[in-house]
Write a protein that binds this ligand. Structure first.
Ligand SMILES: [Zn+2]
Length: 119
């Protein structure tokens, strides 16, 4: 049986990477959160299952960057740009592939246009 959870460390933060079903994240391919507990910080990354390998690797790097960058006070657009830059340098094919899927998929395109222009 396929493992749905993987544990890693991102900048010393114990982080769980979970594969989730196609519909759980809506149009997103992944998301990341840092949860603070009395035991310290825990990172949680969710990645849509079934993505092509280059995209999968790009999304994982992108979400790990959000964990590293969690304490920064960057705006949404700045943190996305930084995460895309960091992940795109490591996974350029995945970056291009993800960008292509985002502009060619109206659901994803509209999600990001809405966030960008706040309407
Ligand atoms: Zn992001």
């Amino acid at each position: 049986m396929e493992r749905k959870f993987r544990e890693t460390h991102v900048n010393g933060i114990p982080t769980v990477i979970q594969e989730v079903g196609k519909f759980e994240l809506g149009p997103l391919f992944g998301n990341a959160h840092v949860i603070k507990s009395k035991h310290g910080q825990i990172g949680k990354i969710k990645i849509r299952e079934g993505l092509p390998p280059s995209i999968r690797r790009f999304i994982e790097e992108h979400e790990k960057y959000h964990i590293k960058d969690w304490e920064s006070k960057s705006s949404w657009i700045m943190s996305e740009m930084k995460a895309n830059m960091a992940a795109g340098l490591k996974e350029p094919v995945g970056f291009l592939h993800t960008t292509y899927l985002t502009i060619s998929d109206s659901r994803r395109r509209n999600y990001y246009l809405k966030k960008l222009f706040n309407r």
